[in-house]
Design a protein around this ligand. Structure first.
Ligand SMILES: O=C(O)CCC(=O)C(=O)O
Ligand SMILES: [Fe+2]
Length: 262
């Protein structure tokens, strides 16, 4: 699963070269899994530097203002940088069978077509037409509250974050966090240090949990622990588009708390 060599192939080849079986196994077990290195340090730096090009983004969110945490993130416009578009497109076909398997286990519909292009067309027709790809920038003291990136009725259940800075060198703290609610038991938590250029695939809402009476859903949330020093950038790839954005998220029936919707 872990590539240790510097990626040289185009990004689609690096994603395709991921050990998808191991990734699916880890996702089944924990609802999130590291991919190995997808971007070179130079590519990471180039993407992080885009943060300072406001024309690339449709919206900037001040997390403290919305009580999402502290720090800022920006939603790219649909005119994504090539590397970001390529990464997103390359992940969809790999994630699709996992999404379908999970839906089957949970007895849910699996509305996702074979291509991202077609799925995005469905999102847009349903009124979910805003880009949901984000670039995040955290400084000392910044953090990201536990949440779910549900942006409308249409949802692709897996998403990807790519770390753009080197932990320990560029920043300290800032671990990627996940929690899972357990039926009649206390919540479980995980913390992952995202290596620079590596991806982490994770569930947007929940994961199927095996029990003595079949599958049930384990509700999950993700966030980021406080950055203690330095600066941490991350690229967030979501596979549905969005029908709303802060500050006025509607409250769909299954959202436990409105602030978890972005
Ligand atoms: O900064 C991170 O690692 C996670 C950001 C996030 O919430 C996301 O990518 O959806
Ligand atoms: Fe998120």
């Amino acid at each position: 699963m872990m590539q240790t060599t510097q990626p040289a192939a185009p990004v689609a080849g690096r994603v395709a070269g991921t050990d998808w079986e191991a990734l699916a196994g880890a996702l089944d077990e924990h609802g999130h899994a590291l991919t190995g290195q997808l971007l070179t340090p130079d590519e990471c730096a180039a993407i992080a530097a885009l943060y300072d090009e406001p024309d690339r983004f449709r919206t900037t969110v001040d997390m403290a203002r919305h009580r999402f945490g502290s720090g800022q993130y920006r939603y790219f416009t649909h005119d994504l940088p090539d590397l970001v578009r390529d990464l997103r497109e390359a992940f969809y076909p790999g994630l699709l069978p996992i999404a379908r398997d999970w839906a089957a286990r949970l007895g849910r519909p699996a509305p996702w077509p074979d291509t991202l292009h077609e799925w995005l067309r469905m999102c847009h027709e349903a009124g979910q037409a805003r880009s949901a790809q984000i670039l995040l920038r955290y400084g000392p003291g910044d953090w990201n509250a536990l949440h779910r990136d549900v942006f409308g009725e249409l949802l692709f259940p897996l998403q990807v974050v790519v770390g753009l800075d080197a932990p320990g060198r560029d920043f300290t703290g800032g671990e990627f966090l996940m929690t899972q609610q357990r039926a009649r038991a206390q919540t479980r938590g995980w913390a992952t240090t995202l290596p620079q250029g590596h991806g982490l695939v994770f569930t947007t809402r929940d994961r199927p949990v095996a029990g003595s009476r079949g599958w049930s859903n384990g509700p999950m949330r993700h966030g980021v622990s406080t950055v203690r020093s330095g600066r941490r950038h991350a690229l967030g790839l979501v596979f549905h588009d969005a029908s709303w954005h802060p500050p006025h998220p509607p409250h769909p029936p299954h959202s436990p708390r409105p602030q978890e919707q972005r």
